[in-house]
Design a protein around this ligand. Structure first.
Ligand SMILES: [Zn+2]
Length: 273
């Protein structure tokens, strides 16, 4: 059993106790040296339910824009092609709309809409800071791993089935949304580089294997859990994370606290549902 693997029953510590321990850890009072070996494999494998399906969502409605030609990156063919996609637009109370495009392989507008609706609630659960740069969510069939780049995320529906069965779609979306929204402004910033150097350790093996591409997205989910939902990561794991990447947690706290200056969202079209 890896560190951080707990049965469902053990996952819910007392919020007060966890918050108190976190405060002590973050204050540095009980800080020990970080472990050389990252304590977790990857955010995709963690069992912590940091964003719950019952959490509030800012999603409003999904409008149907019919068919349109869009470029879709597809790992299955290791390339990008112009496709006559099914196009929907998801509207939110607190941020700009996000296009959801579906590979024509979904077949019918009804099937495409049903698929698109699997993502809207979870997208609206992401803080605006994570959603601010995301303009397009693309969905393919298949079981490839997810991909997030500047402004765009691509998902594969069989992998989504797995993530939903693990109650982990929201956490995976947060990871990819960091790639879409935060890598460009922060991933290569001096503050982040300095924090990486100060910590001298990584929270996941995936982050350690790709410090320039994956460390911010990997660290962000754990930091978000500690900072915004401290009761949802068990105290022992919270202490491990706080000891491993304290400087990165502080940088991510600043990113979370700086509310993005977003234009007022446009009113959804009348047929939005
Ligand atoms: Zn990633």
């Amino acid at each position: 059993m890896r560190p951080g693997e707990h049965s469902k029953a053990r996952r819910e510590p007392q919020v007060g106790a966890a918050a108190a321990l976190l405060a002590v850890c973050l204050s540095g009072a009980v800080l020990a040296a970080p472990a050389d070996e990252p304590p977790f494999d990857a955010t995709a494998d963690t069992v912590f339910d940091i964003i719950r399906s019952s959490d509030e969502t800012q999603f409003l409605c999904l409008s149907d824009a019919g068919r349109a030609v869009r470029q879709m990156w597809d790992k299955r063919i290791d390339g990008e092609s112009d496709l006559d996609v099914f196009l929907f637009t998801a509207h939110f109370r607190d941020g700009p709309p996000i296009d959801i495009i579906l590979n024509p392989e979904f077949g019918t507008p009804e099937a495409a809409r049903t698929e698109a609706e699997r993502y809207t609630h979870a997208l609206g659960q992401l803080l605006p800071v994570f959603r601010q740069g995301l303009r397009q969510l693309g969905i393919h069939k298949g079981n490839k791993s997810f991909h997030g780049g500047a402004g765009k995320i691509f998902l594969y529906s069989e992998t989504v089935d797995l993530r939903i069965s693990q109650d982990h779609l929201e956490e995976s979306l947060l990871h990819e949304a960091v790639h879409a929204s935060l890598d460009a402004p922060y991933g290569d910033s001096q503050a982040w580089r300095d924090a990486q150097a100060a910590d001298g350790a990584f929270v996941t093996r995936y982050a350690a294997s790709s410090p320039e591409r994956e460390d911010l997205a990997e660290s962000a989910l754990f930091a978000y859990g500690l900072l915004r939902h401290p009761g949802r990561i068990p105290p022992v794991d919270s202490a491990v994370i706080a000891r491993q990447i304290p400087a990165r947690i502080a940088v991510i706290a600043e990113i979370l606290n700086a509310a993005p200056d977003l234009p007022a969202p446009p009113p959804p079209p009348a047929d939005c549902r």
